[in-house]
Design a protein around this ligand. Structure first.
Ligand code: DAH
Length: 337
């Protein structure tokens, strides 16, 4: 009887499939039951000779058997394939991991962040001015009159007779003092431009931080105290420093601050040109003429100013010998910081 054979084959299939251990066993199972000459298709052949009354019911249970067998086969096949491929590319725990490189801030940004946070701690606020500047703010009001030779200290990109790319951040001093009354205590970071031949020591664009403090009774001693405190926080406690007389049109007296050479510790080497010292910034007491340009009463107020290059500062701190590396965006340089 066909209906009994269907029952028997169904349970035999159940037993056979429970014994399947791998894809090879499974293929044998398929050949035995489901292939064109397998047991189940042959049962469909037998169905043809069944009586008219029996056919619908037998057909139904045969279909059920075939669906059951096919589903069982498919899902077992999927499971076996997954576990066999997992075996093939077994995870090798001795392999090195995949390193995901994280981006970081550019060294100049890091340096400026540090400078800002030190001066914030010393009571300075942070202000900015534009890179396109008037000749008046960049030179005139900073006491570089008309054809004054000091203008040649800074090779300038002129836009026209009246405007230029600022050659230093000092014009922001003029903007700040023209727009607010003393006391003023701020640092002013930003880009500056100079029409110089590019070399390991100079670039056509770089960054500076300007500093300005104006109030009643501001002294040179305070200037020194503030800058020494900055240098110790930035370059490290034990450093030696000195102030050397210098000249800037907008400060009187003017000075430059040196620290002990990081490379030779003062003995003298190529980096410090055998002097044992490295210049880190320019500074001085605001020239009364400058106060005149911004309508500050120079009888009542005194002030100090200072300015430093950020590239130069980073180069000194990290022993970098070529300024161009800051602008080449070579990942081998950038990722060291
Ligand atoms: N502006 C000067 C320069 O670019 C640097 C400087 C020197 C700024 C002395 C100052 C200062 O504020 O007091 O060379």
């Amino acid at each position: 009887m066909l209906s009994e054979r269907i029952q028997i084959i169904s349970s035999e299939f159940g037993i056979d499939i429970s014994k399947v251990k791998d894809l090879k066993d499974l293929e044998n199972l398929r050949l035995k039951y489901l292939s064109r000459n397998g047991i189940i298709p042959l049962l469909f052949e037998d169905l043809k000779s069944a009586s008219k009354e029996e056919k619908p019911l037998l057909g139904k249970s045969l279909n059920e058997l075939r669906n059951y067998a096919t589903n069982q086969f498919d899902s077992l096949k999927e499971n076996l394939e997954i576990s066999s491929s997992a075996k093939e590319d077994k995870i090798d725990l001795t392999l090195p991991g995949i390193i995901k490189t994280l981006g970081s801030k550019h060294l100049l940004t890091q340096t400026l962040d540090e400078i800002k946070s030190i001066f914030k701690g010393l009571g300075f606020s942070i202000l900015e001015g534009p890179e396109l500047e008037s000749d008046y703010n960049n030179f005139e009001a900073l006491n570089f009159p008309g054809d004054h030779p000091a203008r040649d200290m800074q090779d300038t990109f002129f836009i026209n007779k009246e405007f230029l790319l600022r050659t230093h951040t000092s014009p922001v001093q003029i903007r700040v003092m023209s727009s607010q009354k003393p006391p003023v205590r701020a640092i002013m970071p930003g880009r500056v431009y100079r029409n110089e031949a590019v070399s390991s020591r100079s670039y056509c664009m770089f960054h500076q931080v300007e500093g300005l403090y104006v109030d009643t009774d501001v002294t040179f001693a305070e200037l020194k105290g503030t800058l020494v405190s900055f240098a110790q926080q930035f370059y490290g406690e034990g450093l030696n420093y000195r102030f050397r007389p210098s000249y800037f049109p907008f400060t009187e007296p003017s000075a430059e601050m040196d620290i002990t050479c990081y490379l030779c510790h003062g003995k003298g080497c190529k980096v410090c040109k055998q002097t044992g010292w490295l210049e880190i910034l320019g500074c001085g007491m605001v020239d009364p003429n400058v106060f005149g340009y911004v309508n500050y009463d120079s009888e009542k107020y005194t002030g100090y100013a200072f300015g430093m290059g950020i590239e130069r500062t980073a180069m000194l701190k990290y022993g970098i010998t070529d300024i161009r590396v800051f602008f080449e965006n070579d990942i081998r340089f950038l990722k060291q910081f």
